[in-house]
Ligand binder design. Structure first.
Ligand code: PLP
Length: 738
């Protein structure tokens, strides 16, 4: 088995700078701005045309550009430094992980997720869960944590959002050109792409294997769009989260059972498994089956699988957990079940939801039963999950249910804007030059106070201008291509005012996110937006699930308000929210708003991205913000599940009485010093705590070595498995770290 870069297609790249090809095929470039600058220097126009896809760019750039670069001393100097750093990072001998666990045989974790949001050139994600998985893998590479990842090749049908003039969302599918993207075919000994059969599933399903290299972590992607499959099975990996249960179960069979089989076929040696959400939980079933087939008694097999598995649950909404009815399971697992040596009832009992016995096979309940460590993604979500799943531990009170919490974090090198980073660097460097390797240490961040207010404010203003100019640029291109209605121009941000207080809201248009909360009282909103001295503007972005008409109607309502002359172009909707648009928004607005129905948001991560860039959070105290808010780094308030009007009034009061006055109180040099004080507090409190580095170190210090050790020496375990799970709220990690 091999994965080789098709070097022969890059014959036009000169020897001296041929390393660019290796760089292009490793997503490492995506979180090192010095590497992207190199691509930009080579051919700025093509970099933009390719939507920042270096593989496409290198293929499409004419030879004379390369010749020019290879003769340019400045380019070569940068090239040499970046390539040196890149090669160094690929040999993580001095990584944090290597230092923490010296001399030990590194044991690999297999990380399974149904989506991975790594970069906008690779559309393998729908939203927050995917971006989180991408950030997890990038942080694993940065820390030198041995990991392989498994996901889907969603190549056909990434859905772009196109807004019709009446505000209805249209979905436009874009097919990924796999031969011009940073993905590689995994080939077998015969030189053809590796194809693996998903074991024992009837009718048979086959998957072809692709690889994306993310720093030191390989991500293997499963692809069902191949001739070997029946036509109805080819589309399994076309799109994310197909609504029909029948497709859902096939997707999850492919991800879990197929994914396990692929790793096995590739001969990848890994000790333990981490499941990011329940979609991949069938992988645990496959591990169980392999042991039973080998003759291990059931109890022992179950303990072994549990002892080596970590499971993270991501949603407090009961209806959002996958449950497959018995007849559907029976249809696909006809041949599979007998090989487990279990009766049908025993098998179904593995996935029984104690709240709802007989309802079917609940993937979350199954994953909880079959994993040793399980966690929610914020402290609040941990509490909710313990209550929700307490019936699985009938002897324990909810407070002692062994579901832990590791709060999400975002990958700082990806999400901290490089201008802010450069500014911080000027002050950090004098005090602590290695801050980039150690940025989860809050002490370092005290230096932020030394940055002069006007410098930080100037950078923020620059990023705001950049956001507005990006918005206009996107509109201009569509308009010039005769692909836009005049009514959409006003609605989509052409009239935004760079000097006005700007509040951003971008996320999936699911009902519980209450995107339309500020439209509860239109007259009051009108007064706030059109305040003569203190105008306020709102920028919305986000997609509704293609099958979610309620979400589409909320979106339409907002879109129609943004077309309404009454708001003078100060309410805008930005089309086609994705990872790239998210970057501009979380860097460029003044305030990041989040108003979900309380207890529905497990964590939320976009507010972390905003907060570390000095964009202030204004949010219901839910998810991560319950622990992130400290009274000085933004605004928070308790929401009401049943009373939208009350929550809207709180928002209006805060904006009118606190936020706008603070924003518009300026000194002679036009700097809002009190506002900048909050920005600094936001950066200081959020960057070190809500970054993926902190998150990953928690997974490592609390879970990964334990499950890996168990894999090597199962007999060493003495006490009950769950006893080694830290009690809820116990912040073991902080003590380990200091
Ligand atoms: C960060 C991110 C999300 C997650 O945002 P939430 O705050 O969790 O809703 C969704 N989509 C994209 C593109 C993101 O970058």
């Amino acid at each position: 088995m091999k994965t080789e870069i098709p070097y022969d297609r890059f014959a036009h790249v000169p020897e001296r700078i041929f390393g660019l090809v290796d760089l292009a095929y490793n997503l490492w470039w995506s979180w090192h701005s010095s590497a992207t600058v190199l691509f930009k220097l080579l051919n700025r126009a093509e970099w933009k045309m390719s939507r920042h896809n270096p593989v496409r760019m290198l293929l499409d750039t004419p030879p004379r550009y390369f010749e020019r670069a290879a003769a340019n001393p400045e380019f070569l100097r940068r090239y040499d430094v970046i390539m040196y750093r890149f090669r160094q990072d690929m040999e993580p001998k001095t990584s944090w992980f290597a230092q923490q666990y010296p001399g030990q045989r590194p044991l690999t974790i297999a990380y399974f997720s149904s989506e991975f949001g790594l970069h906008h050139s690779l559309p393998f994600y729908a939203g927050g869960l995917g971006v989180l998985a991408g950030d997890h893998v990038k942080a694993a590479s940065d820390l030198g944590v041995p990991m392989v990842a498994v996901g889907f090749m969603y190549a056909e049908g990434y859905l772009h959002q196109h807004m019709e003039a009446n505000g209805w969302q249209k979905n436009v599918a874009e097919v990924l050109d796999r031969d011009a993207a940073p993905v590689l075919r995994v080939t077998g000994d015969d030189g053809r792409q590796l194809v693996v059969q998903v074991p024992l599933i009837e009718p048979p399903i086959y998957v072809a294997v692709w690889k994306v290299q993310v720093g030191t972590v390989p991500l293997f992607l499963l692809d069902t769009h191949i001739d070997e499959n029946l036509p109805e099975n080819r589309s399994i990996s076309h799109r994310l989260y197909l609504k029909e249960l029948e497709y859902r179960i096939r997707q999850e069979v492919v991800l879990g059972i197929g994914g396990r089989k692929v790793l096995h076929t590739l001969g990848i040696d890994y000790a333990a498994m981490h499941l990011n959400e329940g979609h991949s939980a069938f992988a645990l079933l496959e591990r169980l089956r392999e042991r039973l087939v080998a003759g291990m008694p059931f109890e022992e097999a179950r303990e072994q699988v549990r002892g080596t598995s970590v499971f993270t649950t991501h949603t407090p909404v009961a209806a959002a957990h996958d449950v497959f009815p018995g007849d559907l399971i029976a249809k696909y697992f006809r041949s599979y079940c007998p090989s487990l040596g279990l009766s049908w009832d025993e098998f179904m009992a593995l996935g029984e939801d104690p709240h709802n016995p007989g309802a079917g096979f609940n993937m979350t309940a199954f994953a909880l039963r079959m994993s040793r460590f399980h966690n929610g993604v914020s402290k609040r979500h941990g509490e909710i999950a313990r209550e929700m799943w307490q019936p699985l531990w009938p002897d324990l009170p909810p407070g002692e249910v062994p579901i832990d919490a590791i709060t999400n974090g975002v990958h700082m090198p990806t999400w901290l804007n490089h201008r802010i980073e450069t500014l911080l660097d000027r002050y950090m460097d004098a005090v602590y030059p290695n801050w980039r390797e150690d940025y989860d240490n809050p002490v370092i961040w005290e230096v932020v106070d030394e940055v002069p207010d006007d410098e930080l404010w100037r950078e923020h203003q620059w990023l705001k201008m950049k956001l507005f100019s990006r918005i206009r640029e996107r509109k201009r291109i569509k308009w010039a291509g005769h692909r836009d209605e005049p009514a959409n121009l006003a609605a989509e941000g052409l009239m935004l005012d760079t000097s006005a207080l700007t509040i951003g809201f971008a996320r999936r248009f699911a009902g519980y996110k209450r995107a339309d909360l500020i439209f509860e009282d239109i007259d009051r909103l009108d007064r706030i937006v059109n305040n003569r001295w203190r105008p306020v503007q709102f920028i919305f972005a986000g997609k509704a699930h293609p099958a979610d008409d309620q979400g589409k109607r909320i979106l339409q309502r907002i879109y129609q308000y943004s077309q309404d002359p009454r708001f003078g172009g100060r309410i805008a909707f930005v089309e086609d929210y994705d990872e790239q648009v998210a970057h501009y928004l979380v860097h460029g607005v003044d305030v990041w708003m989040n108003t979900p129905v309380p207890l529905m948001e497990a964590s939320g991560t976009s507010g972390m991205k905003a907060g570390m860039n000095g964009v202030l959070n204004l949010s219901i105290l839910d998810g991560w913000w319950v622990e992130g808010y400290n009274g000085r780094n933004g605004w928070g308030f308790e929401g009401h599940a049943e009373d939208n009007r009350a929550d809207a009034n709180t928002l209006y009061d805060l904006i009118e009485n606190e936020i706008a006055p603070l924003y518009y109180s300026r000194t002679m040099n036009n700097v809002p010093h009190k506002w900048v004080r909050l920005m600094k507090e936001s950066i200081k409190s959020i960057a070190p705590q809500y970054c993926a580095l902190r998150m990953l170190k928690e997974y490592v210090t609390r879970y990964y070595p334990s499950v890996c050790t168990y894999a090597v020496e199962p007999g060493k375990r003495t006490a009950g498995l769950d006893e080694s799970c830290p009690p809820p709220g116990f912040d073991q990690f902080r003590q380990v770290q200091r």
